[in-house]
Design a protein around this ligand. Structure first.
Ligand SMILES: *Cc1c(COP(=O)(O)O)cnc(C)c1O
Length: 475
């Protein structure tokens, strides 16, 4: 077994490696260049019988594992949405791993529960949610959405389904848009509603949920004897960051007495900017809200912030109290195991606390504003090129575009050309982008949101895209 002195020595070495990694991160190909099985084949079939030295373990980390990693913290990472970390976040995470506390209830680490409560209250102020709401850290937005729909299910069935199952409560309907994230459908399945009871409402030209189509769908379902239960609105769709019109959706939720959940996984971060608060007009009518500091707010995965208006409904839905978990403080403190799915919980508030304190709220705002400005400049550069086109309106720091030489009119050929462009770009190792389809058309997505991104990275990336596109053999 490793001694504490050996641990000290190894830890110092690792910290040096970590700092060097971040300093030289741009030297690695952003997207891992490996084929399926490449890593697996290099690892022994059986676990070691005798303990091995850290030096030999670390050597394999560098030579086998690292080449198979995609470098999400590279400033040339423009793919998906970011999963940002930052120096203060890593430092907080090191302490979380060191304390290795199981923070299921207040009693198992009071500071973890109280710091979480405080930091959630900070976040609530930072993004302008109603002060009476309560927040809790979940592992992911997917879990938060599941918890929200379970709470809706229980509140509207008077907590009967938890007890007796669905008998007598069939035909609940859940509404979202056709652009909604796949985690909504997954939650609908797991919560037992059945995916055929998820109604995907049409979107407008800007890919936002169309409130008229929503109301029509609800009316039709009511006439057909179905039971409309909940609406999931998205602020910042994954494809194009479209913002569903919350105010109008909230009015419909009020009119038909429906549960309203907001999935703001990525774009919710931008609410720290007063100029984006228009996105949550109508928030008083909302029941639950989730956004991911682990996407844009410099806090390493996992850290998803879930806020609820009716904390009693959440607790009644999720709480369990076996004898061995009863304590003197039960009922007087926040026992967060009752606020989500898992019993066991990591001390996730610590890294978020480090981030908010070390950046400062204004520091976070400044970085976000730069990211958004660079996206707007990128959008302009793209729009100025006659052989490129913008494919969807930009709301934040995601630009959706494609290469479109004027002489090519055939849409299938354009799709193939852009797919070829994306693969060429990513194979270069110099940057990493992903794609979506906008109204059926193959579209490149470029998010300018990585923690240590600078303007020069965006400009160099765009020059490289231009160059590569014009060198493509036109299929
Ligand atoms: C990323 C994303 C999710 C899923 O987030 P997880 O935390 O990975 O579950 C859900 N909704 C939207 C809009 C997203 O962009």
């Amino acid at each position: 077994m490793m001694t504490v002195e050996e641990f000290r020595k190894q830890a110092h070495k690792l910290v040096d490696w970590m700092a060097d990694y971040y300093r030289h991160i741009e030297k690695f190909p952003v997207k891992a260049r490996v084929n399926p099985g490449d890593i697996y084949r290099q690892l022994p079939e059986i676990p070691p019988e005798e303990g091995e030295s850290m030096d030999s373990i670390f050597k394999d980390f560098e030579h086998i594992v690292l080449p198979g990693m995609t470098h999400w913290q590279s400033p040339n990472f423009f793919a998906y949405f970011p999963a940002n970390s930052s120096y203060p976040s890593v430092l907080g995470e090191m302490l979380t791993a060191t304390l290795a506390a199981q923070c299921m209830i207040w009693d198992t680490s009071p500071a973890a529960a109280e710091l979480e409560e405080k930091v959630m209250n900070w976040l609530k102020q930072m993004i302008g949610l109603p002060q009476a709401w309560d927040g809790v850290i979940q592992d992911t937005a997917s879990s938060a959405t599941l918890v929200s729909l379970l709470t809706a299910r229980e509140k509207y069935s008077r907590y009967q389904i938890n007890q007796k199952g669905f008998a007598g409560f069939e035909n609940f309907k859940i509404y979202c848009s056709t652009e909604t994230h796949s985690s909504i459908e997954k939650a609908v399945k797991i919560a037992g509603f059945g995916s055929t009871n998820l109604v995907k409402v049409a979107v407008d030209a800007q890919l936002r949920l169309n409130p008229e189509a929503l109301e029509k769908a609800i009316k039709n379902d009511l006439q057909a004897g179905q039971r409309p239960l909940a609406i999931v609105a998205t602020l910042g769709t994954t494809g194009t960051t479209a913002i569903d019109p919350l105010n109008e959706i909230a009015e419909i939720a009020a009119r038909y007495d429906l549960w309203l959940h907001v999935d703001a996984a990525f774009a919710g971060n931008a609410l720290v900017l007063p100029e984006y608060r228009w996105m949550i007009e109508g928030i008083e009518q909302v029941d639950t809200f989730v956004f991911n500091p682990h996407k844009w707010m410099f806090t390493n995965f996992d850290c998803s912030a879930y806020f609820v208006k009716d904390r009693q409904a959440l607790l009644r839905t999720m709480s369990i109290l076996p004898e061995y978990l009863k304590t003197e403080t039960t009922g007087r403190v926040n026992d967060y195991r009752d606020w989500g799915i898992a019993l066991g919980r990591r001390f996730r508030a610590l890294k978020l606390w480090f981030v908010i304190r070390n950046f400062g709220v204004e520091g976070i705002r400044q970085r976000f504003r730069e990211h958004i400005r660079w996206a707007s400049e990128l959008e302009q550069s793209i729009a100025e090129q006659p052989d490129f086109e913008i494919m969807a309106p930009r709301t934040l720091n995601l630009v959706c575009f494609r290469y479109h030489p004027k002489k090519i009119r055939d849409e299938a050929r354009l799709d193939a050309l852009n797919e070829q462009l994306l693969h060429t770009l990513n194979a270069s190792g110099r940057l990493f982008l992903t794609h979506t389809r906008v109204k059926g058309r193959y579209t490149l997505r470029m998010v300018t949101g990585q923690t240590y991104l600078q303007q020069s990275h965006v400009q160099r990336a765009w020059q490289f895209i231009l160059e590569q596109a014009r060198q493509l053999k036109q299929v």
